[in-house]
Design a protein around this ligand. Sequence first.
Ligand code: B12
Length: 135
Amino acid sequence: MEIIIAAPQSDSHVVAISLINDFLELIGVKTHYLGACCSVDRMAECLSQNKGVTHIVISAANGHAVADLQGLTELKAKYPVQVFLGGKVDLSSGDSAEACYKKIKGVDKYFGDIQALTHHFSCLCEQEANLCKSL
Ligand code: B12
């Protein structure tokens, strides 16, 4: 399992992405940690160089994810990846994070906490391992 971890283009908060990177590495996920202030173009560049990447995990903190993440649909038309988002998506609107994430085209799922995300990837890794054994 190989994934990208990043914060959106205008977002300089690094603590959550760093924690997520550590948790996922611990369960055996190979991570490409692109860090904070990462543009969608930079994510696409990484995908073009790493064909095994299946997911992009994005952490939003500063509330500008809706504007920052324009372009995900075009990226997904080119690369077959799933995009997971978590954090504070858009507090200015007063909507919940779960409601806000739906405003961002190209995001497949919003995760409320890191534990749920880690559990999800842990199940995916197990499925991948079982598939390899059966081949
Ligand atoms: C530290 C901090 C900073 C530091 C960041 C240092 C760094 N390089 O990381 C500095 C001082 C640079 C900073 C700057 C700013 N900040 Co600031 N910052 C914080 C602060 C105090 C802590 C953030 C943090 O690290 N938390 C620890 C991590 C572990 O928690 P977390 O980010 O909340 O993530 C948790 C969950 O949300 C979730 N999660 C997060 N992402 C993801 C992703 C996935 C996939 C999943 C499953 C879960 C998940 O899991 C984490 C653990 O529970 C928060 C306030 C707060 N107490 O939360 C404000 C806060 C995030 N900042 C805020 C703001 C507004 C700013 C500035 C705009 C301030 C300014 N006027 O300059 C700038 C923006 C800079 C930028 N370009 O992004 C606001 C954002 C408001 C919003 N979203 O609407 C906050 C919430 C403060 C506030 N209450 O107003 N900030």
